[in-house]
Design a protein around this ligand. Structure first.
Ligand SMILES: C[S@@+](CC[C@H](N)C(=O)[O-])C[C@H]1O[C@@H](n2cnc3c(N)ncnc32)[C@H](O)[C@@H]1O
Length: 1009
């Protein structure tokens, strides 16, 4: 039978000039929640298994929303557009019938009752009672309270009951309990295709079909998505998973390898799974055989080493004793194992005994090691010796730089020399007992190395020393010199290491080399390429920079974690350690470090290494996440892996340039950065059709950064069509009351017209466009959606962002403003602190947007009279009437209202429980705050505080008059403010609301003399 041509009837170019959905609509709020959910899945994310060391992966759900948003058209029925988009994303209400499967029937019943969708009398229509054949009404009521309800067989329509129940949860709560959309089976989407096809005129029953048909309708063929800064490949992977052809490139070969892994290894599906597992097994067996022959990982009783713990040691300049440098003496909290210092007077050495099952107090005491506050600290014969590490290292200043007296290692060195300042010591081995070796649950124990162990250690040294040259020549271990740099200086400066293999001890090198040697024997290049990932796991998880991490026993609500050797890249730096660990082969076996979530991808993909500006391939849609401002030094830290992999790579990687090409990496945020970015984006624009689209993602902390970015795209001949804000990661600084990081998504098209304009006129145009955009979105916002609950389609932060975007849309349409060519303007050197044209006009757009964001219930006239901090305070008070307490909301509005330090107005800055300071919390403070202190708002809050604290009404009024010299002119404002506070605080803080109402009455009823 002939295959059915699903594309028949799809009209090529029917959507050629249709605007994309993402230019008009995009539920950024829901996408933020989904993005955060994926982020929280940590190692269960689809691509993380390829290399957890790459921290900057974009979340797949976010990429999916971008790809679909780019391909779907915006029609003249925006509400239907949005419904279809949400169905495709599985973020509409009904999707949760598939995504949510944890909630027990009893809870559904309780929630449905609360939603008014079910009465207690109706319980028997849907439920039965556990353990009762013919339950009475009372049995039902009892079971409802105690969780004893089960679904009845032959039940009624439980879908509507479940939907009613879910409507009681916020979107965050719903998502938190549900599967991620990518975890749904394909058939979960079966019910949506009729709706989708009817709305779009397609004939699809799967994503690849839909995407191909939309591509034909827009571009005449299956769409091709390119990412010229592909990093670890989230963007090309997700685009391919949806059914696009993809082009991925990056300057960095490790990034390209990760992208290859996403598309071909994870995307290799079942075809690859079995073959790879078999190859990994063969390799593991061969290495095992070699190690057994060498006899270096097993003791005489047959126990097998799992981890080796090393530390640095040094000769104390005060006593001449050799002392280990250990920041903590704890080895295992689970087994109560610690290292204990024991003086060896003969050898003038502090030895380390390993003791298990110590008391909780001893374990606590062991947290304090011999490195404290950057000093070596230990006791000998009752006396404490303390020497700063800097002075042990011999730090000194030379030509404005810090230098030290550590010897620079020579290439053949694999361990410190006996006269080096820092020596190295094996102080503990974690063993797996012989009896449990073949069991699923292995028993481990810790012991100090015996003479036999030290002999085996020497054997490893000798073996590695003998083979190092030939391994380096064959590319089994690194031989590259470490180039100085922002991150790479650290190991050179702090340890004297000069070559990448110095970051590894002999045991690390041994395993790395034996595995590489076996992988090299695999002739099939695709398999060999897949096995290169096993090489990166070994390099990452077993190095002199690999931390020993004592696990934690399980506590209430928290799962226990095992003692383990951690990977090098805890963060994106090459931090040196005083104590580190090496994994024995049983903990480094290929195939056991990662379990891949295989998928089946079948579209065309091409991957190359080149600078973005050297692009020669064409694509219809570009989605990129470029390096920006203070981003990671990928070009330096990936040399850590390049050093292992660069010689003799397998075919798929053979034509790539195995060098980090530092000089070509785009970095920083100065003129050079702008020039390189303009070039990269101009080339991309040249390689897309006139109806092509670009989506650029970047994480920002500061509106100035993205104003700068907008200027870059402008200079590259692109016009901004829309901008969306997705709240993504919470930075560690949040804990200190810092910020929540968001990602700005800019949607760009080629600038077609060559318009020139004057700033005065453009400002007016910006004003109209911003107002129009916000009014439009607010109009949509009023719609009642879902079941029973009004859900905000757009948050105010979205509106604000849309306001910025509207301004940019107007601006970037012009090629020249006041006779100045915008490409030249983008590249023009700037004085420190000088604002760009974009920066200035954005400031203006912010003002316009703000004026359009009058909080509900406040007269526009009062709003206009308020200062920035007052506006912030009342806007947030309005938002606090909903459940949205996210710090990034506060942060965004603080920015919008241009308040530098909004902390003084905040009662809490917890990321999800942020809130304003109440009148009662302000007490008498806050009068010093610029724009807030002398205001009617502050005075009103003070009066409310007094009323809450039983001050007489007359006194309150008289204090108000003292605080506000022009009280009589401000009386109406004060009354309006009091009334506003009374209304907004009603459900949030009843006492404050009551006091505000009293204040309102006092002012209104005051007899004016
Ligand atoms: C922010 S990361 C991209 C992350 C990626 N989207 C992901 O999900 O993993 C930026 C990438 O730009 C690359 N890069 C830096 N300079 C470049 C240049 N001149 N040309 C191409 N790529 C470059 C870096 O190697 C890095 O992989």
């Amino acid at each position: 039978m002939d295959a059915v041509n699903t594309n028949a009837g799809v009209v090529p170019f029917a959507l050629k000039d249709a605007p994309s959905l993402i230019e008009r609509l995009w539920p950024a709020q829901k996408i933020s929640v989904e993005t955060k959910r994926e982020f929280d899945a940590h190692s269960a994310q689809t691509l993380t298994a390829l290399g957890s060391y790459w921290k900057g992966r974009k979340r797949l759900i976010y990429v999916r929303a971008c790809v679909l948003g780019a391909l779907l058209p915006a029609t003249d029925d925006p509400e239907r557009d949005l419904q279809i988009f949400e169905q495709l994303m599985a973020i509409d209400d009904r999707a949760f019938l598939n995504r949510e499967n944890k909630t027990k029937p009893g809870e559904i019943a309780r929630l449905a009752i609360a939603a008014g969708a079910l009465s207690e009398d109706e319980l028997p229509d849907y439920f039965r009672v556990r353990g009762k054949q013919t339950p009475s009404f009372d049995d039902y009521k009892l079971a409802l309270g105690e969780g004893g309800l089960l679904w009845a067989s032959g039940y009624k329509d439980i879908e509507s009951l479940r939907l009613a129940a879910y409507s009681q949860w916020s979107y965050q709560d719903k998502v938190g309990r549900s599967l991620r959309p990518e975890e749904l089976p394909d058939d979960a989407y079966d019910p949506i295709w009729d709706d989708v096809n009817q709305h779009l005129g397609t004939r699809a029953s799967s994503f690849p079909q839909l995407v191909e048909q939309l591509g034909i309708m827009r571009f005449g063929h299956r769409p091709r998505v390119a990412d010229t800064f592909c990093g670890a490949g989230s963007i090309p992977f997700e685009a391919a998973r949806l059914g696009c052809d993809v082009y991925a490139s990056d300057l960095n070969p490790v990034a390209c390898m990760l992208s290859w892994g996403a598309l071909h290894l994870i995307g290799g599906g079942d075809r690859l799974r079995g073959r790879l597992a078999a190859a990994q097994k063969t390799i593991a067996e061969a290495v095992e055989k070699k190690l057994t022959a060498l006899g270096v990982e097993q003791d005489s009783e047959g126990n097998r080493a799992k981890s080796y713990l090393y530390c640095i040691e040094t000769k104390c300049p005060q006593t001449g004793w050799v002392v280990p440098l250990l920041p903590s003496l704890v080895i295992s909290r689970i087994r109560g194992t610690v290292a204990r210092l024991r003086p060896n007077y003969g050898a003038k050495r502090l030895e380390l005994d390993i003791i298990s099952n110590v008391s909780a107090a001893d374990l606590e005491a062991a947290k304090l090691g011999t490195v404290q506050d950057r000093a070596l600290v230990y006791q000998l014969d009752g006396q404490t010796y303390r020497t700063p590490i800097a002075s042990i290292r011999g730090d000194y200043r030379a030509e404005g730089q810090t230098a030290n007296r550590l010897r620079r290692w020579e290439k053949p060195d694999i361990v410190p020399r006996s006269d080096d300042i820092f020596g190295e010591r094996l102080y503990c081995i974690q063993w797996v007992s012989l009896s449990s070796l073949s069991k699923g649950r292995q028993e481990t124990f810790f012991a100090a190395p015996t003479d036999e162990d030290l002999k085996r250690e020497r054997k490893v040294h000798e073996f590695v020393k003998k083979n190092l040259n030939s391994w380096q020549e064959s590319g089994f271990v690194p031989d590259m010199e470490i180039q100085p740099g922002e991150n790479t200086d650290q190991p050179i400066r702090e340890r004297g290491w000069t070559h990448w293999h110095h970051l590894y001890g002999p045991r690390h090198l041994l395993i790395g080399a034996l595995v590489a040697e076996q992988i090299n024997r695999i002739t099939e290049s695709e398999l060999r390429a897949c096995l290169f990932f096993d090489r990166t796991f070994i390099a990452h998880n077993s190095a002199r920079l690999s931390r020993w991490l004592p696990g934690t026993p399980g506590k209430a609500g928290r799962a226990p974690s095992a003692d383990m050797v951690k990977g090098v890249f805890d963060n994106q730096a090459l931090n040196t350690l005083f104590n580190f660990a090496a994994r024995g082969f049983i903990a480094s076996k290929p195939g056991e470090s990662a379990s891949y979530r295989y998928q089946k991808l079948s579209t065309k993909s091409v991957i190359s290494t080149h600078p973005a500006s050297a692009l020669t391939e064409r694509a219809d849609v570009f989605i990129t996440d470029p390096p920006y401002a203070d981003a990671v030094n990928y070009h330096e830290i990936t040399e850590f892996f390049i050093a292992w992999l660069r010689k003799d790579p397998p075919d798929p990687f053979r034509n790539w340039i195995w060098d980090s090409r530092r000089p070509l990496a785009i970095k920083g945020d100065g003129e050079e950065f702008r020039r390189a970015m303009v070039e990269a984006y101009r080339v991309a624009a040249d390689h897309m059709p006139d109806n092509g689209l670009q989506i650029v993602m970047f994480t920002h902390q500061d509106t100035d950064v993205w104003a700068d970015m907008a200027q870059i795209f402008w200079g590259a001949g692109l016009q901004v069509m829309a901008a969306w804000y997705v709240a993504t990661e919470i930075t560690s600084e949040t804990k200190k009351g810092g910020y929540v990081q968001g990602t700005v998504t800019l949607v760009l098209r080629k600038r077609k017209a060559r318009e020139s304009g004057y700033k005065d006129e453009i400002v007016q145009e910006v004003k109209a466009e911003v107002a129009d955009q916000i009014d439009n979105m607010v109009g949509l916002n009023q719609k009642v959606r879902g079941h029973g609950r009004i859900e905000n389609l757009f948050e105010d932060a979205d509106l604000q962002m849309a306001g910025y975007a509207a301004a940019l849309r107007v601006l970037t349409r012009y090629e020249k403003i006041d006779g100045v060519d915008m490409t030249k303007e983008a590249l023009r050197p700037r004085r420190p602190g000088e604002k760009s044209v974009v920066g200035e006009i954005i400031d203006f757009a912010v003002q316009v947007a703000n004026e359009h964001m009058v909080p509900e219930g406040m007269a526009a006239k009062l709003w206009e009279a308020l200062s920035g901090p007052e506006r912030f305070y009342f806007k947030m008070m309005d938002i606090e009437t909903t459940s949205l307490r996210k710090l990034d909301n506060y942060q965004n509005f603080a920015k919008a209202f241009r308040i530098g330090d909004y902390g003084a107005l905040m009662g809490s800055m917890e990321p999800n429980k942020a809130r304003l300071k109440t009148a009662n919390e302000f007490k008498k403070s806050g009068f010093e705050l610029p724009g807030f202190g002398p205001s009617a708002t502050r005075a009103a809050l003070y009066a409310i505080f007094e009323l809450e604290n039983d001050v007489e009404g007359d006194d309150v009024l008289s204090h108000l008059k003292d605080l506000l010299p022009n009280y009589h002119n401000k009386r109406d404002d004060l009354a309006a403010i009091a009334e506003y506070i009374a209304r907004k605080r009603e459900a949030v803080d009843e006492t404050e609301s009551r006091a505000a109402r009293i204040l309102h009455g006092l002012i209104r009823n005051e007899r004016l003399g």
